[in-house]
Ligand binder design. Structure first.
Ligand code: SF4
Ligand code: SF4
Length: 90
């Protein structure tokens, strides 16, 4: 078995040099989550499950940071009261 390379041996470009906050990944999205505030029971499961930390809780309501939301739909899948609808972008 060959030995793994150290990070100094990786080719240029293999390591991102910017902070992840500088990559606005929201433009990867095909579907966007829309939260129906009248149905939301503020359980914050969407906040826990979102892999991109794109669900924002301000102490009163949950919203989506569309700069980083990739539209994976996990939040909509996990919402126990179906308060999140995935809507096609465009
Ligand atoms: S669609 Fe995915 S990335 Fe966007 S808020 Fe929901 S869980 Fe997060
Ligand atoms: S999972 Fe659904 S009910 Fe819970 S906070 Fe998120 S949108 Fe609201």
């Amino acid at each position: 078995m060959s030995e793994l390379k150290g990070w100094r041996e990786l080719p240029i470009g293999a390591i991102p040099f910017k902070l992840s906050t500088e990559f606005k990944t929201g433009d990867w999205r095909t579907f966007k989550p829309v939260i129906k505030q009248d149905k939301c029971v503020k359980c914050l499961l969407c906040w826990i499950y979102c892999p991109d930390m794109s669900i924002v809780w301000d102490g009163e309501k949950v919203t989506v940071n569309y700069d980083y939301c990739k539209g994976c739909g996990i939040c909509a899948h996990e919402c126990p009261v179906k308060a999140i609808e995935m809507v096609k972008e465009g």
